[in-house]
Design a binder for this molecule. Sequence first.
Ligand code: PLP
Length: 613
Amino acid sequence: MPKKIRPSQQSSDFEIAKSLSPRRKTSRANNIDELAQEQLAHFSIDPDTAMGQSLASLAQSLYQANIDLHHMWTASVQALQQLDRKDRIAYFNAKKFLCFQLAKLLDSLQNPFRKTYQSLIPEQSSRIAKGPYPIFDNVTAIFSATPVITRTATYLYACTEWIDDAFQGKEPLLEVYSRLLNPTSISLANHIVDLECGHLSAEYTAWNFNSGMAAIDGILSHLLGYEDIIICSRNVYGGTFQLLHDWFAKPSNLNVAVEWFDGYDVDSFKHVYDRVKKQYTSRISTGRKIYVYLESPCNPHGYVLDVAAICDYAHRNNSLVIADTTVATPFLYRPMLREQLAERPDFVIHSYTKDITGTGVTTAGVVIGRNETMFIPKNESVTAMNSFGKNATFQWRDTLFWNVYYVKGAFLDSEKAFEVINGSRTLELRMMRKVINTVVLARFFDSHPDINVNCNALENNHNAAMRKQYMHMELPAPLFTIDMEKVKFDRSTFTRFFDCLEPTFSHMVSLGQSNTMVLCPALTSHSEMSEEKLNEAGIHLTTIRISVGDEDVRSLIAHFIRTTELVFDPLIPSFTAKFMGAKQIDDLYEEIYLDVHRRWIRSSPGVISLQAR
Ligand SMILES: Cc1ncc(COP(=O)(O)O)c(C=O)c1O
């Protein structure tokens, strides 16, 4: 399970010991000694033999160790907040060493265990068919310096009663089957919650999917029912538009009513929400619900929505909110950190395929939500405050895990999870470089009177205030568009120009990689939209979406200038001369580079504050 299950305050010491028994559900033992004897009987070991005596003694020590470990766990959870950093360093290292001691026990067990195994499977053909026994040689992998790629469909389980618990979601040690859970994917899920939710991470859970679209489909399938209503921000990824429009809205599927809202502020949203509420009174009266789907920063202009105010309004009206914050990554924007629950989206989505992994080596995605909406052990319920400000009972069957994850199949395998973890280690470095490049490129394009720049990095852009309000260090997302509608190039001139942007600007349809990529949304990512809808979304034939990479931005600019000279100047001789000059570009780069780094240093804690944490 992705969450570290909290130590149970109610369990008695004996109950804690019993959870380690192969007869944890049916035991008749009353103390540790009896538990050990019962364990021997369960495996038909004669207690009067030397083997029986040493096994009983070891089992007793382990039952006692489990009690001690739970006491230590409870004490740590209670004390951690108050502990000085020095004590936390000491606690951490003492526990790390305990891990090695526990593993050493397992490792020492391997020799006698392997000998017994070899004596039981002497036949060559059985040995070949079975391969190495799972536990042997895996113990030291715990100490692999990167998460282990668990390339397996299934897992060895301990005994009947433990696997029964695992099927109920009550035994986190047993993963059961890799379509549902595997340790590499769980490692990533725990990590993304830490990155996204910071000090609130104990309240949140993540489920990984095989792609960003699978994550979006997963959460929409979880929430949307027949004839529900969804209000969606206009500028969303084309795949999201298609999924809503072509699948969820289709009358022979769920006949969901999809309504769009333009603009980025809460007033634009309220206006549409109130209209939709009136328009669908009859559906709502039969119990159908309104959901809200946001993408911020959005595709393709990188504009930021007033997510907190929109969430607050939606929640006051009992609507749940999903927010796709892929383009920002948790480096630029963490919507779950708002103090008020009502101002946080209920679910955050990332396509890991983009900047979190950063190199485009894999497709993957995630949904992050509050624990009680993501996973509750089978047949259990949890009472907690919901985002509508009311105390509510959350049932296990209504969590994303049981309702969708457990019964469908698009979940992340270990190789891909590993790629995401590996790539994410350089997220901050890459994003720093990208935001610098974004500001420089936007200002460079803006120096040309015939180029429209849709980028909130520009101080006079209508979305600049929202960027300052929401984005870390007031920095822009590395995604924006330009268009040349002022010049009215014909289609052939424009496409000749666009086709000459390679190899400096990659012709690729994704975003969020280390290389800068360009596409024409009207002809690719948003081609499913009608001309009317494209215009409403501010997308024209000459709109170029730029997903900014980590290159030296001056090389991008030099190539762009040479390409306008090549294609446009023969038609409009002064076109290229209208860009800012080379010296100005170099100075701009230096200014922005230093400014962003200065902001970073000032936004991060200094040594005195770090020592105190
Ligand atoms: C903002 C956004 N969300 C979701 C997706 C879908 O992610 P994936 O391609 O991993 O399925 C994309 C893909 O481009 C995207 O740009």
